[in-house]
Design a protein around this ligand. Sequence first.
Ligand SMILES: NC(=O)c1ccc[n+]([C@@H]2O[C@H](COP(=O)([O-])OP(=O)(O)OC[C@H]3O[C@@H](n4cnc5c(N)ncnc54)[C@H](O)[C@@H]3O)[C@@H](O)[C@H]2O)c1
Length: 266
Amino acid sequence: MDRLKGKTALLVGAGSIGPGWGNGKATAVTFAREGAQVFCVDRNLAAAEETVKIITGEGGNAAAFAADVSKAAEVEAMVAACRKAFGRIDVLHNNVGIAEMGSVVEVTEAEWDRVFAVNLKSAYLAMKHVIPVMIGQGGGSIINISSIASIRHVGISYVSYGTSKAAMNQMTRTTAVEFAPKHVRVNAILPGLMKTPMVEHSAGLAQSYAKGDIEAMWRARDAQVPMGHMGEAWDVANAALFLASDESRYITGIELVVDGGLTCRA
Ligand SMILES: NC(=O)c1ccc[n+]([C@@H]2O[C@H](COP(=O)([O-])OP(=O)(O)OC[C@H]3O[C@@H](n4cnc5c(N)ncnc54)[C@H](O)[C@@H]3O)[C@@H](O)[C@H]2O)c1
Protein backbone atom coordinates (compact mmCIF):
# COMPACT_ATOMS: atom_id res chain seq x y z
CA MET A 1 0.00 0.00 0.00
CA ASP A 2 1.02 3.61 -0.59
CA ARG A 3 3.63 2.54 -3.13
CA LEU A 4 3.21 5.91 -4.94
CA LYS A 5 2.50 8.08 -1.90
CA GLY A 6 3.45 11.71 -2.51
CA LYS A 7 3.88 11.27 -6.27
CA THR A 8 2.00 13.00 -9.08
CA ALA A 9 1.28 10.95 -12.20
CA LEU A 10 0.47 12.46 -15.59
CA LEU A 11 -1.56 9.76 -17.30
CA VAL A 12 -2.04 10.32 -21.03
CA GLY A 13 -4.94 8.31 -22.44
CA ALA A 14 -6.62 7.89 -19.04
CA GLY A 15 -10.09 7.20 -20.42
CA SER A 16 -11.43 4.10 -22.05
CA ILE A 17 -12.77 3.84 -25.58
CA GLY A 18 -15.86 1.97 -24.33
CA PRO A 19 -17.52 0.68 -21.16
CA GLY A 20 -15.32 -1.49 -18.96
CA TRP A 21 -11.64 -1.33 -18.10
CA GLY A 22 -9.04 -0.20 -20.62
CA ASN A 23 -5.32 -0.27 -19.81
CA GLY A 24 -5.09 3.48 -19.17
CA LYS A 25 -8.19 3.67 -16.99
CA ALA A 26 -7.11 0.69 -14.85
CA THR A 27 -3.62 2.18 -14.52
CA ALA A 28 -4.96 5.58 -13.40
CA VAL A 29 -7.12 3.91 -10.73
CA THR A 30 -4.25 1.63 -9.61
CA PHE A 31 -1.86 4.59 -9.26
CA ALA A 32 -4.45 6.50 -7.21
CA ARG A 33 -5.11 3.48 -4.96
CA GLU A 34 -1.37 3.47 -4.18
CA GLY A 35 -1.41 7.11 -3.11
CA ALA A 36 -0.58 9.07 -6.28
CA GLN A 37 -2.47 12.14 -7.38
CA VAL A 38 -3.37 11.47 -11.00
CA PHE A 39 -3.75 14.04 -13.79
CA CYS A 40 -6.03 12.23 -16.25
CA VAL A 41 -5.68 13.38 -19.87
CA ASP A 42 -7.75 12.22 -22.81
CA ARG A 43 -8.94 13.75 -26.06
CA ASN A 44 -12.38 12.58 -24.90
CA LEU A 45 -12.99 14.73 -21.79
CA ALA A 46 -16.01 12.66 -20.70
CA ALA A 47 -13.83 9.51 -20.66
CA ALA A 48 -11.16 11.23 -18.54
CA GLU A 49 -13.87 12.56 -16.21
CA GLU A 50 -15.28 9.07 -15.74
CA THR A 51 -11.87 7.84 -14.56
CA VAL A 52 -11.57 10.84 -12.22
CA LYS A 53 -15.02 10.09 -10.82
CA ILE A 54 -13.98 6.52 -9.96
CA ILE A 55 -10.80 7.76 -8.26
CA THR A 56 -12.45 10.53 -6.24
CA GLY A 57 -15.31 8.14 -5.37
CA GLU A 58 -12.72 5.91 -3.71
CA GLY A 59 -11.28 8.89 -1.79
CA GLY A 60 -8.37 9.51 -4.16
CA ASN A 61 -7.12 12.71 -5.77
CA ALA A 62 -7.40 13.28 -9.54
CA ALA A 63 -8.20 15.91 -12.17
CA ALA A 64 -9.36 15.62 -15.80
CA PHE A 65 -7.97 17.50 -18.80
CA ALA A 66 -8.81 17.38 -22.51
CA ALA A 67 -5.99 17.30 -25.08
CA ASP A 68 -5.17 15.72 -28.41
CA VAL A 69 -1.61 14.70 -27.61
CA SER A 70 -0.62 14.32 -31.24
CA LYS A 71 -0.52 18.15 -31.31
CA ALA A 72 2.45 20.02 -29.80
CA ALA A 73 0.51 23.03 -28.48
CA GLU A 74 -1.98 20.78 -26.68
CA VAL A 75 0.82 18.77 -25.07
CA GLU A 76 2.47 21.96 -23.83
CA ALA A 77 -0.86 23.12 -22.39
CA MET A 78 -1.35 19.69 -20.75
CA VAL A 79 2.03 19.80 -18.99
CA ALA A 80 1.43 23.37 -17.78
CA ALA A 81 -2.03 22.43 -16.50
CA CYS A 82 -0.69 19.40 -14.61
CA ARG A 83 1.97 21.52 -12.91
CA LYS A 84 -0.63 24.15 -12.06
CA ALA A 85 -2.99 21.57 -10.58
CA PHE A 86 -0.52 19.39 -8.67
CA GLY A 87 2.79 21.32 -8.64
CA ARG A 88 5.02 18.52 -9.97
CA ILE A 89 5.26 15.49 -12.30
CA ASP A 90 6.92 12.33 -10.94
CA VAL A 91 5.43 9.79 -13.35
CA LEU A 92 4.55 10.16 -17.03
CA HIS A 93 2.47 7.30 -18.43
CA ASN A 94 2.06 7.38 -22.23
CA ASN A 95 -0.91 5.09 -22.98
CA VAL A 96 -2.58 6.46 -26.12
CA GLY A 97 -2.57 4.13 -29.09
CA ILE A 98 -4.68 3.27 -32.11
CA ALA A 99 -4.63 0.44 -34.62
CA GLU A 100 -5.32 0.57 -38.34
CA MET A 101 -5.44 -2.74 -40.18
CA GLY A 102 -3.46 -3.53 -43.28
CA SER A 103 -0.14 -4.50 -44.81
CA VAL A 104 2.14 -1.96 -46.50
CA VAL A 105 0.20 -2.56 -49.72
CA GLU A 106 -3.20 -1.91 -48.14
CA VAL A 107 -2.65 0.84 -45.56
CA THR A 108 -3.26 4.35 -46.87
CA GLU A 109 -0.79 7.18 -46.47
CA ALA A 110 -3.30 9.08 -44.30
CA GLU A 111 -3.78 6.05 -42.00
CA TRP A 112 -0.01 5.55 -41.73
CA ASP A 113 0.53 9.20 -40.76
CA ARG A 114 -2.34 9.15 -38.24
CA VAL A 115 -1.07 5.99 -36.51
CA PHE A 116 2.44 7.43 -36.19
CA ALA A 117 1.12 10.78 -34.92
CA VAL A 118 -1.05 9.19 -32.22
CA ASN A 119 1.19 6.26 -31.22
CA LEU A 120 4.68 7.74 -31.53
CA LYS A 121 4.71 11.53 -31.90
CA SER A 122 2.48 11.85 -28.83
CA ALA A 123 5.05 10.10 -26.61
CA TYR A 124 7.91 12.13 -28.11
CA LEU A 125 6.04 15.38 -27.43
CA ALA A 126 5.05 14.39 -23.89
CA MET A 127 8.62 13.37 -23.00
CA LYS A 128 10.02 16.52 -24.63
CA HIS A 129 7.98 18.72 -22.31
CA VAL A 130 7.96 16.56 -19.16
CA ILE A 131 11.65 15.56 -18.94
CA PRO A 132 12.88 19.13 -18.20
CA VAL A 133 10.31 19.30 -15.39
CA MET A 134 11.52 15.97 -13.97
CA ILE A 135 15.16 17.06 -14.20
CA GLY A 136 14.28 20.21 -12.27
CA GLN A 137 12.73 18.06 -9.55
CA GLY A 138 15.65 15.60 -9.38
CA GLY A 139 14.18 12.76 -11.48
CA GLY A 140 11.12 10.78 -12.45
CA SER A 141 9.75 7.67 -14.13
CA ILE A 142 8.34 7.48 -17.67
CA ILE A 143 6.34 4.49 -18.93
CA ASN A 144 5.61 4.06 -22.63
CA ILE A 145 2.88 1.59 -23.57
CA SER A 146 4.13 -0.38 -26.56
CA SER A 147 2.91 -3.81 -27.70
CA ILE A 148 4.27 -7.29 -28.46
CA ALA A 149 3.31 -6.40 -32.05
CA SER A 150 6.52 -4.30 -31.98
CA ILE A 151 8.65 -7.47 -31.83
CA ARG A 152 6.48 -10.20 -33.42
CA HIS A 153 3.95 -10.76 -36.18
CA VAL A 154 0.97 -11.60 -33.95
CA GLY A 155 -1.12 -13.17 -36.71
CA ILE A 156 -3.09 -10.18 -37.94
CA SER A 157 -2.00 -7.54 -40.40
CA TYR A 158 -1.37 -4.05 -39.00
CA VAL A 159 2.10 -3.01 -40.07
CA SER A 160 1.69 0.69 -39.19
CA TYR A 161 0.76 -0.22 -35.60
CA GLY A 162 3.65 -2.64 -35.00
CA THR A 163 6.16 -0.35 -36.69
CA SER A 164 5.12 2.71 -34.66
CA LYS A 165 5.46 0.65 -31.47
CA ALA A 166 8.89 -0.67 -32.55
CA ALA A 167 10.04 2.93 -32.98
CA MET A 168 8.65 3.66 -29.53
CA ASN A 169 10.82 0.87 -28.07
CA GLN A 170 13.96 2.44 -29.53
CA MET A 171 12.90 5.94 -28.44
CA THR A 172 12.50 4.44 -24.94
CA ARG A 173 15.98 2.86 -24.92
CA THR A 174 17.70 5.94 -26.35
CA THR A 175 15.96 8.34 -23.97
CA ALA A 176 16.68 6.03 -21.02
CA VAL A 177 20.42 6.19 -21.74
CA GLU A 178 20.48 9.92 -22.39
CA PHE A 179 18.64 10.90 -19.21
CA ALA A 180 19.85 8.20 -16.79
CA PRO A 181 22.48 10.61 -15.37
CA LYS A 182 19.61 12.98 -14.50
CA HIS A 183 17.69 10.22 -12.66
CA VAL A 184 14.89 10.10 -15.23
CA ARG A 185 14.00 6.44 -15.89
CA VAL A 186 12.26 5.48 -19.14
CA ASN A 187 10.74 2.02 -19.64
CA ALA A 188 8.28 0.38 -22.02
CA ILE A 189 5.55 -2.16 -21.34
CA LEU A 190 4.71 -4.57 -24.15
CA PRO A 191 1.20 -5.93 -23.51
CA GLY A 192 0.19 -9.08 -25.34
CA LEU A 193 -3.40 -10.00 -26.10
CA MET A 194 -5.50 -8.11 -23.54
CA LYS A 195 -9.28 -8.29 -23.24
CA THR A 196 -10.11 -4.58 -23.33
CA PRO A 197 -12.78 -2.30 -24.82
CA MET A 198 -10.22 -1.05 -27.36
CA VAL A 199 -10.07 -4.52 -28.92
CA GLU A 200 -13.82 -5.10 -28.65
CA HIS A 201 -14.67 -1.80 -30.37
CA SER A 202 -12.12 -2.03 -33.17
CA ALA A 203 -14.14 -3.23 -36.16
CA GLY A 204 -10.89 -3.96 -37.99
CA LEU A 205 -9.56 -6.31 -35.30
CA ALA A 206 -12.77 -8.36 -34.98
CA GLN A 207 -12.93 -8.57 -38.76
CA SER A 208 -9.33 -9.74 -39.00
CA TYR A 209 -9.70 -12.39 -36.29
CA ALA A 210 -13.19 -13.77 -36.91
CA LYS A 211 -15.13 -11.95 -39.65
CA GLY A 212 -16.56 -9.49 -37.11
CA ASP A 213 -17.73 -12.09 -34.53
CA ILE A 214 -16.52 -10.67 -31.18
CA GLU A 215 -17.04 -13.88 -29.16
CA ALA A 216 -15.17 -15.88 -31.79
CA MET A 217 -12.36 -13.29 -31.63
CA TRP A 218 -12.08 -13.73 -27.84
CA ARG A 219 -11.86 -17.53 -28.28
CA ALA A 220 -9.22 -17.20 -30.99
CA ARG A 221 -7.13 -14.84 -28.84
CA ASP A 222 -7.43 -17.07 -25.73
CA ALA A 223 -6.28 -20.07 -27.76
CA GLN A 224 -3.10 -18.28 -28.91
CA VAL A 225 -1.75 -17.76 -25.37
CA PRO A 226 0.27 -20.44 -23.48
CA MET A 227 -1.62 -19.53 -20.28
CA GLY A 228 -4.86 -20.23 -22.17
CA HIS A 229 -6.43 -16.81 -21.82
CA MET A 230 -6.01 -13.13 -22.64
CA GLY A 231 -4.73 -10.69 -20.04
CA GLU A 232 -6.76 -7.95 -18.37
CA ALA A 233 -6.15 -4.21 -18.13
CA TRP A 234 -5.16 -4.80 -14.46
CA ASP A 235 -2.19 -6.90 -15.57
CA VAL A 236 -0.81 -3.91 -17.50
CA ALA A 237 -1.69 -1.59 -14.60
CA ASN A 238 0.23 -3.70 -12.08
CA ALA A 239 3.31 -3.80 -14.30
CA ALA A 240 3.07 -0.01 -14.66
CA LEU A 241 2.75 0.37 -10.89
CA PHE A 242 6.08 -1.41 -10.40
CA LEU A 243 7.81 0.78 -13.01
CA ALA A 244 6.27 3.95 -11.58
CA SER A 245 7.32 3.13 -8.02
CA ASP A 246 10.77 3.42 -6.46
CA GLU A 247 10.89 -0.41 -6.27
CA SER A 248 12.18 -0.26 -9.88
CA ARG A 249 14.72 2.50 -9.14
CA TYR A 250 17.62 0.59 -10.82
CA ILE A 251 15.59 -0.35 -13.91
CA THR A 252 15.65 1.78 -17.05
CA GLY A 253 15.40 1.18 -20.79
CA ILE A 254 13.62 -2.19 -20.52
CA GLU A 255 10.78 -3.74 -22.48
CA LEU A 256 8.56 -5.41 -19.88
CA VAL A 257 6.52 -8.04 -21.71
CA VAL A 258 3.09 -8.78 -20.19
CA ASP A 259 1.73 -11.53 -22.42
CA GLY A 260 1.07 -14.85 -20.61
CA GLY A 261 4.07 -16.40 -22.39
CA LEU A 262 2.90 -15.67 -25.94
CA THR A 263 6.19 -14.30 -27.30
CA CYS A 264 8.09 -17.32 -25.93
CA ARG A 265 6.20 -19.55 -28.32
CA ALA A 266 7.65 -20.12 -31.82
N1 LIG B 1 -5.72 -4.12 -25.65
C1 LIG B 1 -4.69 -4.79 -26.13
O1 LIG B 1 -4.78 -5.98 -26.45
C2 LIG B 1 -3.37 -4.08 -26.28
C3 LIG B 1 -2.26 -4.85 -26.60
C4 LIG B 1 -1.04 -4.22 -26.73
C5 LIG B 1 -0.92 -2.87 -26.53
N2 LIG B 1 -2.03 -2.14 -26.23
C6 LIG B 1 -1.84 -0.69 -26.05
O2 LIG B 1 -2.55 -0.21 -24.92
C7 LIG B 1 -2.89 1.16 -25.13
C8 LIG B 1 -4.38 1.44 -25.05
O3 LIG B 1 -4.95 0.80 -24.04
P1 LIG B 1 -6.42 1.14 -23.54
O4 LIG B 1 -7.00 -0.19 -23.25
O5 LIG B 1 -6.34 2.14 -22.44
O6 LIG B 1 -7.13 1.79 -24.83
P2 LIG B 1 -8.38 2.76 -24.97
O7 LIG B 1 -8.49 3.01 -26.42
O8 LIG B 1 -9.56 2.20 -24.24
O9 LIG B 1 -7.95 4.07 -24.18
C9 LIG B 1 -7.04 4.96 -24.70
C10 LIG B 1 -7.56 6.36 -24.55
O10 LIG B 1 -6.70 7.20 -25.30
C11 LIG B 1 -7.47 8.22 -25.87
N3 LIG B 1 -6.77 8.79 -27.02
C12 LIG B 1 -6.61 8.24 -28.24
N4 LIG B 1 -5.97 9.08 -29.04
C13 LIG B 1 -5.70 10.18 -28.31
C14 LIG B 1 -5.04 11.42 -28.58
N5 LIG B 1 -4.53 11.68 -29.79
N6 LIG B 1 -4.94 12.33 -27.58
C15 LIG B 1 -5.46 12.07 -26.36
N7 LIG B 1 -6.11 10.93 -26.06
C16 LIG B 1 -6.21 10.00 -27.02
C17 LIG B 1 -8.79 7.59 -26.22
O11 LIG B 1 -9.83 8.55 -26.28
C18 LIG B 1 -8.99 6.56 -25.12
O12 LIG B 1 -9.84 7.01 -24.09
C19 LIG B 1 -2.47 1.51 -26.54
O13 LIG B 1 -1.23 2.14 -26.55
C20 LIG B 1 -2.40 0.14 -27.19
O14 LIG B 1 -1.61 0.14 -28.32
C21 LIG B 1 -3.24 -2.71 -26.10
